[in-house]
Design a protein around this ligand. Structure first.
Ligand SMILES: Cc1cc2nc3c(=O)[nH]c(=O)nc-3n(C[C@H](O)[C@H](O)[C@H](O)COP(=O)(O)OP(=O)(O)OC[C@H]3O[C@@H](n4cnc5c(N)ncnc54)[C@H](O)[C@@H]3O)c2cc1C
Length: 402
């Protein structure tokens, strides 16, 4: 039996929001996006990796190539120790396309513009604060006093989701992972050698540093262990100059170009991306006429390199389930399809975060054991993350195991 959902209210205009709306439109369901901010997210955030599985999910709604054009391939990630010793090297298995490194704001803008081009309504200044439900409708209440009514409300409102708390007031909150994030993209021609399409990531003595040179520009990031759980606003308020000094000191003892690159960074070019967080498993993804998608339901730490890709997959899968099944069954099937996969990836990223925040003793152990561990984690053993595909033409009911 096909869905009875005709109109969905999508809360949040980040990555999952526009993708959900486009996938719903493709499934024959009208969807409008309601975004809290009054403007588009120009210049927000650093670079992120879109994995082959995320690109394939975008292909389902015809936006894969649009996003591929935005980014540069990241053929492999090379992990090294502070002294330059290679600990591991891995990438997508050779039969798959590489991960693409895109600027987070470019991704937001491209998906946003494409959704608008497809006739999807995106309203700004609509911060959801509450909902009321009847037996056959749900009404979103916004901070500006306005409301919107539909058959289903989809919380694509990110890691600090309001919808999550409306579904389950006891829902968990993100936990600080003990690291603050920073990044920059500077024209540094000549200062650092080309990285040959690879991202070099270093477990430094005091900080974790990533670098890829793209078209002569050094794209770099630092995860700095920091005991105080500052919010992003608090981290920004501390000032870029102070952070640059802190970062240069933290990276000074490592045999990488980090300290030099940081010293030459114009404070205006420093992206302060804020606290890195681990999101505990969210026990309840849906209730009545509300459901979560993307970071609101499952936010792997950025260490996974999978946050955006998983958000996109879930958006497409939710639309497929809603297309083919009555509401209650659609939401149950959606969760059944998605939960095991996303939770497995989240767990793996948590382990990476504890490696990054390792103290001196744990660091020595990590450096000794990681090459052995990495032999066990060959690209083939990680292939399940990257090979995941959604068969849009298959009816969701036909894939049900429950
Ligand atoms: C520093 C950093 C690096 C990252 N690196 C990677 C990476 O390499 N690879 C990767 O795949 N992922 C990465 N990620 C994660 C990735 O950015 C997220 O997983 C992805 O953006 C999730 O999309 P989303 O739409 O669920 O949430 P978001 O992109 O956060 O969008 C949520 C939207 O909802 C809006 N909103 C919030 N509350 C409300 C409300 N009450 N009412 C209305 N609107 C609301 C917000 O304004 C926002 O626009 C990284 C994240 C960070 C912070």
């Amino acid at each position: 039996m096909a869905t009875e959902i005709k109109k969905a209210l999508v809360i949040g205009g980040g990555v999952a929001g526009p993708v959900t709306a486009m996938a719903l439109q493709q499934a024959g369901i009208e969807a409008g996006v309601h975004e809290a901010y009054t403007e588009t997210a120009t210049g927000v955030g650093a670079a992120l990796g879109l994995a082959p599985n995320g690109l394939a999910a975008l292909d389902v709604i015809g936006t894969g190539d649009l996003v591929r054009r935005l980014g540069d391939p990241m053929d492999a990630i090379v992990l090294q120790s502070w002294n330059g010793k290679q600990l591991a090297s891995f990438g997508s298995p050779g039969r798959l396309e590489p991960t693409r490194l895109v600027m987070r704001s470019d991704l937001y803008q491209a998906l946003y513009a494409e959704a608008l081009r497809r006739g999807i309504r995106i309203e700004h200044g609509k911060r959801l604060i509450g909902v009321t439900q009847t037996a056959d409708s749900v009404t979103a209440e916004f901070a500006d006093g306005s409301t919107a009514t539909g058959d289903l409300l989809i919380g694509a409102d990110g890691i600090r989701s309001t919808v999550r708390g409306l579904i389950d007031p006891a829902a968990p909150q993100p936990r600080y992972a003990g690291l603050q994030g920073f990044g920059s993209m500077n024209a540094q021609a000549g200062l650092v050698p080309d990285t040959g399409g690879k991202m070099y990531m270093t477990f430094g003595k005091r900080a974790f540093f990533g670098l890829q040179v793209i078209n002569g520009s050094a794209v770099w990031f630092v995860n700095l262990p920091w005991a105080e759980p500052l919010t992003q606003a608090e981290a920004v308020a501390r000032g870029a100059e102070r952070w640059l000094k802190e970062l240069a000191t933290a990276c000074a003892g490592d045999r990488t170009p980090a300290a030099e690159l940081i010293r030459r960074t114009d404070p205006a070019q420093l992206l302060i991306t804020g606290p890195m967080e681990n999101m505990p498993a969210v026990p309840q993804w849906s209730r009545d006429r509300m459901v979560l998608v993307g970071d609101s339901a499952h936010a792997p730490s950025s260490s996974s390199g999978q946050g955006a890709s998983l958000a996109i997959e879930s958006a497409v899968e939710l639309a497929r389930c809603l297309r083919d099944l009555p509401l209650r069954q659609a939401l149950a099937r959606y969760e059944e399809l998605r939960r095991p996969r996303v939770e497995r990836i989240i767990k793996a990223a948590e382990r990476t975060n504890s490696n990054k925040a390792a103290g001196p003793v744990a660091r020595v152990l990590r450096d000794a054991l990681m090459p052995l561990g990495m032999k066990l984690i060959s690209p083939e053993k990680m292939a399940w993350q990257f090979e995941h595909r959604i068969d849009w033409s298959a009816p969701a009911a036909a894939t049900a195991t429950a």
